[in-house]
Design a binder for this molecule. Sequence first.
Ligand SMILES: [Zn+2]
Ligand SMILES: [Zn+2]
Length: 236
Amino acid sequence: MGIYARLAKLHPKQCCIVCAEPSHHVVCQSCEYEFGVQEHRCLSCALPLNQPLDYCGNCLRTSPSFHRAFTLYDYEGVVAYLIKKMKYEARLSVAQFFAEKMTKKIDEIQASGHHYDAIIPMPLHTKRLRERGYNQVVELLRDLNKKGAPDTMSVQRVKQTAPMTDLSLAQRKKEIKGAFSLAEPLAHKRILLVDDVMTSGSSLNELAKIILKQSPAVICCDVLTLSRAQLSESQT
Ligand SMILES: [Zn+2]
Ligand SMILES: [Zn+2]
């Protein structure tokens, strides 16, 4: 290793976006240790489970339209902070940081026997896309381009929905109804839908529902999210 490479290793050029300490990555390792990564989750909706069960109570009562759900992190603390930076402050370096983790997770999922013919990011309404300038979920999948681009053409968001944050579960379901449309029935058999945050799952559920209803070829529709949030008690 040359002197300049050694100096660069000792003195990183950037600072961690969370704690501002010098770091080789946009998020330093000690901040990354703070990410909530629970291994045991509901197979159906990815909620963290404290007991050795396969499904949460909600999914046992009513299972979602999609089949399996995978997630990387809990939406809390440092992860929630970073996702807000990525989404609302156009910090694409954060998207790049998470994109590597997403690609690794997709590789792990595929290695465990789940194979997908198409990976579809949650679409943004064109007006929202124009305002923001990018779809953060597409950015999260940018590393996939090396293996085959994500499908951003097959589904559109045709209704501009109100922000869901303050809505109850029933209001979310009502708001998201009719939000998506397919250009034509999908010809793929196995699909993975991707989003940045799943809270109630209403958006992913509605998207999976319309895909499965209008595309007889699709036999499996799973979802992967960067993070999993939970509704507060007042929202349920
Ligand atoms: Zn840090
Ligand atoms: Zn569940």
